[in-house]
Design a protein around this ligand. Structure first.
Ligand code: BGC
Length: 726
């Protein structure tokens, strides 16, 4: 278990000072500032982005040649550096702003990090991103997307970790810890319920407040406690009628009040229509030119100054906004940067490769995997641009790898983001990587243009490896769960021609797989990053034993999900849209447990080339659940398992919660004793009247399982009645 602490004042984050010392210093510095200096700190300017028609803003000083997502003038006379922010969670990006940038390490999608169930890898990736940010002069990373994957059509699920608040919090926190450990502020975003992209600027997400605390907000709460991120980015959408950036309840009462968050809240780009968000809890307006574009004016420049002059913005609040920014500057230590760190790109590639290896999930395997490397097989590789590379998600989080993309196919679409919606192929072609590992085999490639043509090659091969890809990304939700460009028909045709077919999916979300019963194996590789082709080849040939587990449920159809119809889908940009998250906290596997529907693949599912046994499952109750058990590798190969502890019933209330997990590496025959202690909030209901968590006294049923749908051992514990926390 990772250590948790709710004492925000004693801890130091990044390379800076303790929160208490940072607060004192922030107070001292802020007191010496002029109002002009204060106002300059509470906005950021987006750098020149020719691709979306944003020119260089005259307010960015001429000697700044490093364009970023957000530039904030510092206060040099007081030692406050300029703030320069960059996207995001999968590597340092926004290269469109810096034509001379040769690219950065392009890590696998966050959803693949989610599949690793490995906090250490999330941290390693974060540290690498922090170092690559520093050598470019970026002191703020807009990383840390921890929205819950509530809908399999959400275009940005690949930027998030999972559908589960605890898993998302643990991984998101470690990514932030990795980044801030390098002296770079990190962000957790998008606070909150930015769980669909359709009409995101006009989207009102309706949710029961208690359920919100037990789901998306709990992810933020736990992640904040574990990592003390310097900033929180509010989302584009409304929550229960109020825009995220001006949602006083969520910002002032919950985040800063109940949780005691000390850092600052920045808006998303183009998400601040009103100056009074400053009194509602927003501390910094990001990319102010985007607000001019979106809403016709900048909120925190002239308009906020006018409100200040009229006494509508209290002086103390202006000071507090500045102090919160300074607090993060000092706590993370971005004012203390020495010489840039050495960046070992080979080492960073190794981290990207390891995340891809551990993130690939083998969904089904009817004996087809691993592929034999000692026999001369005739192998057909079909489709997915496998001859060129592996796809990535699109939008602000897409990372340009060093040396450039293998290819960019313009996709397009309406709106600003349509201009930058592309199929980006990372130069790690699965075809070439398979050839390296299957030296005795003959491998032919068919692009999968038509079912008939692909079937010709499939028919004369011993094995078919068919790739299915999909472009998903920011500002777009998928209309359904199919693969685009007729790929479902191609896969169906090759599987009909040759039943010995293995399908590799490179998508950011579940897809429907209408051909699933015709194929011998299905592998979910997500967007596996710059070393993804290698990782796929290693898993298929068995040099890597797969250990990825699904961080989200694959429904058999949209009809099983809480919203078979996605509100607003297909309406023109700008249509006010209400999305009712009536499932409340029962997201993903929790929803399936409640409705007793059988998904296609359950949360936590993933196959290995070895097998694992669980034994000696002991559970104790009291204030929380502590579980102890033994995991044994009962097969013939070394491998890693991810035993998962679930609550299935809380004092007679049937509800499912992931309480803990641990990724365990074991040699054949080896055993390990694992202890998991549940965060008591996962056992509780949030009592909005009391503003506290409540555990009802009674018997709690627990399951130790291989997935949310595969309980292996069960037990029960008696918990005492408690009202605790905030
Ligand atoms: C995205 C953010 C991103 C920001 C800056 C927005 O469009 O929603 O996640 O950090 O742009 O590029």
């Amino acid at each position: 278990m990772l250590e948790t602490s709710t004492d925000l004042s004693a801890q130091s984050i990044g390379v800076g000072m303790s929160a208490a010392a940072a607060e004192a210093k922030a107070r001292e510095t802020e007191a010496k500032m002029t109002d002009d200096e204060r106002f300059s700190l509470i906005v950021s300017l987006i750098g020149a982005v020719p691709s979306i028609g944003v020119p260089r803003d005259k307010r960015i000083p001429e000697d700044v040649n490093n364009m970023s997502a957000g530039y904030t003038r510092g206060v040099l006379r007081l030692g406050v550096p300029a703030l320069q922010s960059s996207d995001a969670s999968m590597g340092v990006t926004n290269p469109g702003y810096r034509p001379d940038d040769k690219g950065a390490t392009a890590f696998p999608a966050s959803i693949a990090v989610g599949s690793t169930f490995n906090p250490k890898l999330a941290r390693d990736g974060g540290a690498a991103i922090g170092r690559e940010a520093r050598i470019r002069g970026f002191n703020i990373m807009l990383a840390g997307g921890i929205n819950l994957a509530r809908d399999p059509r959400n275009g940005r699920n690949f930027e998030y970790y999972s559908e589960d608040p605890y898993l998302s919090a643990v991984l998101g926190a470690e990514a932030v810890n990795g980044i801030q450990g390098e002296g770079v502020i990190s962000t957790l975003k998008h606070y909150t319920l930015n769980c669909n992209e359709t009409n995101r600027h006009w989207l009102d997400a309706i949710i029961d407040p208690a359920a919100h605390r037990e789901s998306d907000l709990l992810a933020f709460q736990i992640a904040i406690e574990r990592s003390h991120p310097g900033s929180i980015m509010s989302g584009y959408n409304k929550i229960n009628g109020e825009y995220a950036g001006g949602n006083s309840h969520l910002l002032n009462d919950v985040l800063k009040g109940a949780w005691g968050y000390k850092g600052y809240v920045m808006s998303d780009w183009g998400a601040v229509p009103e100056w009074d968000y400053a009194v509602k809890g927003l501390d910094q307006e990001s990319g102010i030119q985007m607000d001019l574009k979106q809403w016709g004016s900048e909120a925190f420049t002239d308009r906020l100054r006018a409100a200040y002059a009229e006494g509508k913005l209290p002086r103390e609040r202006l000071s507090e906004m500045v102090r919160r920014i300074l607090q993060s500057v000092y706590a993370v230590g971005i004012d203390k940067w020495g010489p840039p760190p050495t960046v070992n790109m080979a080492r960073h590639n190794a981290i990207a490769l390891e995340i891809a290896r551990q993130g690939i999930v083998v969904l089904t395997n009817d004996g087809a995997l691993p592929l034999a490397t000692d026999r001369p097989l005739k192998i057909a590789v079909i489709g997915g641009y496998a001859q060129l590379g592996v796809p990535s998600g699109t939008g602000s989080g897409a990372v340009l790898p060093v040396g450039g993309f293998a290819s960019v196919v313009k996709i397009g679409g309406p709106g600003t983001m349509g201009a930058v919606r592309n199929l980006f192929l990372m130069p790690s072609p699965p075809l070439a990587e398979l050839k390296k590992l299957l030296t005795k085999s003959t491998i032919d490639f068919d692009p999968g243009q038509t079912p008939a043509e692909a079937a010709l090659l499939a028919k004369r091969s011993d094995v078919v490896i068919a790739f299915g890809i999909r472009v998903e990304g920011e500002a777009f939700d998928s209309a359904d769960l199919s693969l685009p460009w007729g790929q479902d028909a191609v896969i169906d045709a090759v599987a009909t021609a040759n039943p010995n077919t293995i399908v590799v999916l490179e998508t950011g979300n579940p897809v429907s797989m209408p051909w699933r019963n015709k194929v011998k194996a299905i592998v979910q590789a997500w967007y596996p990053g710059q070393a993804g082709g290698q990782a796929i080849a290693e898993v298929l040939t068995g040099s890597v034993n797969p250990s990825g587990r699904l961080p989200l449920t694959f429904p058999a159809s949209l009809a099983q999900t809480p919203r078979p119809e996605l509100p607003g889908l297909g309406t023109p940009w700008g249509t006010p849209t209400t999305i009712r998250y009536n499932e409340g906290a029962e997201v993903g596997y929790r929803w399936f447990a409640k409705t007793s529907e059988m998904p296609l693949f359950t949360f936590g599912h993933g196959l290995s080339y070895t097998s694992f046994n669980y034994s000696d499952f002991k559970v104790t109750g009291g204030n929380t659940v502590t579980a102890i058990f033994t995991v044994t590798n009962s097969g013939k190969r070394a491998g890693a398992d991810v035993p998962q502890l679930y609550m299935t019933d809380a004092a007679g209330d049937r509800r499912m919660r992931l309480l803990g997990f641990e990724r365990v590496e074991l040699r054949p025959g080896e055993s390990k004793r694992v202890t998991l202690v549940a965060d008591p909030r996962l056992l509780a209901r949030f009592d909005t009247q009391a503003g506290q968590w409540r555990i009802t006294k009674g018997v709690y049923r627990l399951a130790l399982g291989k997935s949310a749908g595969d309980p292996v051992l069960t037990a029960q514990a008696q918990l005492s009645s408690q009202l605790f926390g905030r």
